[in-house]
Design a binder for this molecule. Structure first.
Ligand code: NAG
Ligand code: NAG
Length: 436
């Protein structure tokens, strides 16, 4: 006699063959999306709201198909204007700074990843002249930190002294002066955290056993001229190899006295923790994710208060977990306005009254909307790939598969829109018949 599992397998195989046939016989009725459309450059992407809430910048191709930065006013429907005029590889990354009307962007030479950084003042549309922040050949420069409490400053890393490690510079956005504040031959830039005054407070270093040791500048170190010498650094905490990927300092409280971490020890996924700076054994846990790891990029943080307002967990679908009730009504409104997508908050103005909302859905390309928190209104801005709008696309079905060792593997099943009915049937057969 067949075992239960063999029976199920037979039914599923049969149905899959059936769906295959079904798909073949129906494909003619279903408009195929041309591959060129599917894989074409997005029409507009990487939209970012200026901290004063007045402008939205985004990347879009120029008339030769090269990605450049464009900008439009948030309050008007006039045509966007082009801000950069690259005809090479295009612009891959940019940021608004907290200095009004100033953004920074990076460019490399034909994909060599030696990023040069430029500053662009957009207040006079007739005089758009990028100025170099770091443009030495063979040097990779990266933006590390901005702060609304130090509007004129920018922290960058550049591997100009040592190709392996980036030294740290403070750049003044008003005078264009650059000052080295850390001569680094020890720490990776990804493992550094700056506070709201743009002081380097924590830096991590891989340990011989595969873990990580985090340090803070010692009391005797000169904070304006740090070196890699051991006397400049005091051990903060060590993280074992099994925890280092889920342990990371991420944010300072407004007064710089408390530090938030994703804290791995004692959990599988890491937890959001906060403790007084330098006292990790006083950790207070704010959020324990249930299904997936979280990171700074999945957290919604108040731009002025630096409080953590919500966390996004993405298992089969993205789910927003609200941690602070002051934004609950906003999310209720945003979700209610468009129930077929998840409202992700991509940016907020510094006064927290204008939010750039991205709706993510398996039914349409990313859509950018502008939320006016004061008036509680929502306005459509643009779609990432409007050419795909209205095309019939396959839904994503979350499926969890148990591996042979008993661990769960989250998977997606996407099938042509025409076979939706059959798949519902399979899913119900498998779930309903599962032995307890
Ligand atoms: C939009 O904002 C700009 C900049 O603040 C302002 O000059 C302009 O008058 C505003 N336009 C409208 C239609 O409100
Ligand atoms: C909730 O967020 C508001 C706005 O940032 C803040 O004032 C308040 O302290 C936060 N509450 C908690 C419990 O963190």
């Amino acid at each position: 006699m067949k075992t239960f599992l063999e029976t199920i397998r037979a039914i599923v195989t049969f149905l899959l063959v059936q769906t295959g046939l079904f798909q073949l016989s129906n494909v003619a009725n279903d408009e195929l999306i041309p591959r060129a459309l599917l894989f074409s450059n997005p029409e507009r992407s990487e939209a970012k709201l200026s901290p004063d809430g007045l402008y939205i910048a985004f990347l879009a191709p120029n008339d030769r198909g090269v990605q450049n930065i464009w900008m439009q006013q948030t309050n008007a429907t006039v045509e966007p204007i082009q801000l950069t005029f690259d005809n090479g590889r295009g612009i891959l990354d940019y940021h608004w700074t907290y200095k009004p009307n100033v953004l920074v962007f990076s460019q490399d030479n034909d994909g060599d990843e030696n990023f040069m950084l430029f500053k662009l003042d957009v207040s006079d549309k007739q005089k758009l002249q990028p100025e170099a922040i770091s443009a030495q050949p063979g040097v990779q420069a990266v933006v590390l930190a901005f702060s609304n409490q130090q509007m004129n400053k920018l922290i960058i890393g550049a591997n100009d002294e040592n190709p392996t490690y980036h030294s740290i510079y403070e750049f003044d956005l008003t005078t264009n002066q650059k000052q080295r504040i850390f001569t680094n031959s020890r720490f990776d830039v990804e493992d550094m955290l700056f506070d709201n005054d743009l002081n380097l407070r924590v830096a991590g270093q891989a340990t011989d056993d595969g873990g990580k040791a985090y340090y803070r500048p010692s009391d005797s170190a000169n904070r304006r001229s740090l070196t890699s010498s051991t006397s400049d650094w005091t051990l903060y905490t060590t993280v074992a190899a099994e925890d280092y990927e889920i342990t990371k300092p991420i944010l300072f409280s407004l007064d710089n006295n408390q530090i938030y971490w994703i804290w791995g020890p004692g959990s599988d996924l890491g937890r959001l923790a906060v403790h007084p700076f330098g006292r990790p054994n006083e950790n207070r846990y704010i959020y324990s994710p249930q299904k997936t790891e979280i990171s700074l990029s999945t957290m919604f943080i108040h731009p002025r208060d630096k409080t953590v307002l919500a966390v996004l967990e993405a298992y089969h679908k993205q789910e927003i977990k609200i941690l602070n009730d002051t934004v609950r009504a906003d999310f209720d409104y945003l979700q209610g306005m468009k129930t077929d997508g998840i409202p992700l908050i991509s940016d907020t103005s510094e006064d927290f009254m204008t939010w750039l909302v991205v709706y993510n859905s398996d039914q349409y390309p990313l859509e950018y909307w502008l939320y006016d928190r004061r008036q509680r209104t929502l306005r459509f801005l643009f779609s990432k790939q409007p050419q795909l709008k209205g095309k019939s696309v396959a839904r994503m079905h979350g499926v969890t598969v148990t591996a042979r060792d008993g661990l769960l593997i989250p998977c997606y099943l996407s099938i042509p829109p025409t076979v939706r009915v059959i798949i519902r049937f399979i899913v119900s057969v498998v779930f309903v018949s599962q032995p307890s």
